[in-house]
Design a protein around this ligand. Structure first.
Ligand SMILES: N[C@@H](CCC(=O)N[C@@H](CS)C(=O)NCC(=O)O)C(=O)O
Length: 213
């Protein structure tokens, strides 16, 4: 059995829950509350010294960093694949996944938002504006890439769900939670909503998790 250290609202934990679910892999949840700062407690730091969720423990081995975990899962449990075979298609899917995971998420992570308030004295409205700004920057490029590449159908690459969609679904959910205007991005929103409605993804959505409040 594998254990997933997860927080219901964490988009990076949600990525891993989606991948496990799509591949039909079971896991035991180990809930780590970010508001209660459990990710900085000594017992969790012993698992993930970085003090971030998610962490996946499989056969006693600790895996961290959601994209690294997704690639590991895809290598060890190849069906259904999260990446296409053709190198150019793999590069396209990875580029979309990286827009979310490198160019949006790190700028809007909890610790960044908290530091903007506590260390740099930004008011709540300014922090919300910061959040929306980086979502808009990232989604503008994501939407344009979908349009230009012409490779999307039901999902970012044709009709097979994959790595880019797995990163997109949680980011759209979080953007909605922060009331971001998503009207300029009809392609990516349609893809994210279609993916989120799949039973394998719906059953691991934040509000379905036992630690949700
Ligand atoms: N690059 C890491 C980021 C992990 C990460 O930042 N997780 C967030 C939750 S989505 C977290 O633990 N935040 C705690 C904090 O910011 O203090 C990954 O993809 O796994």
């Amino acid at each position: 059995m594998r254990q997933l250290y997860t927080f219901f609202r964490s988009s990076t934990s949600y990525r891993v829950r989606i991948a496990l679910s799509l591949k039909g892999l079971d896991w035991e949840a180990r809930y780590v509350s970010l508001p209660r700062m459990e990710h900085k407690a000594a017992d969790y730091l012993a698992t993930n010294p970085q003090g971030l969720v998610p962490a996946l423990v499989e056969d006693g081995q600790v895996l961290t960093q959601s994209l690294g975990i997704l690639e590991y899962l895809d290598e060890v449990y190849p069906e259904p694949p999260l990446l296409p075979r053709a190198p150019l298609e793999r590069a396209y899917v990875r580029a979309l996944a990286l827009i979310v995971s490198c160019d949006i998420h790190p700028l809007n992570n909890v610790r960044v938002l908290k530091a903007l308030k506590a260390r740099w004295g930004l008011a709540d409205a300014a922090v919300d504006d910061w959040y929306a700004h980086w979502v808009a920057e990232g989604f503008r490029g994501f939407e344009a890439m979908l349009a230009r590449a012409g490779r999307a159908a039901s999902y970012c690459l044709g009709d097979r769900i994959g790595l880019a969609d797995i990163c997109l679904v949680p980011q759209v959910a979080n953007a909605r939670r922060f009331n971001c205007d998503l009207s300029p991005y009809p392609r990516l929103v349609a893809i994210a909503d279609r993916a989120a409605a799949l039973p394998a993804i719906a059953r691991v959505a934040p509000q379905t998790q036992a630690d949700a409040f």
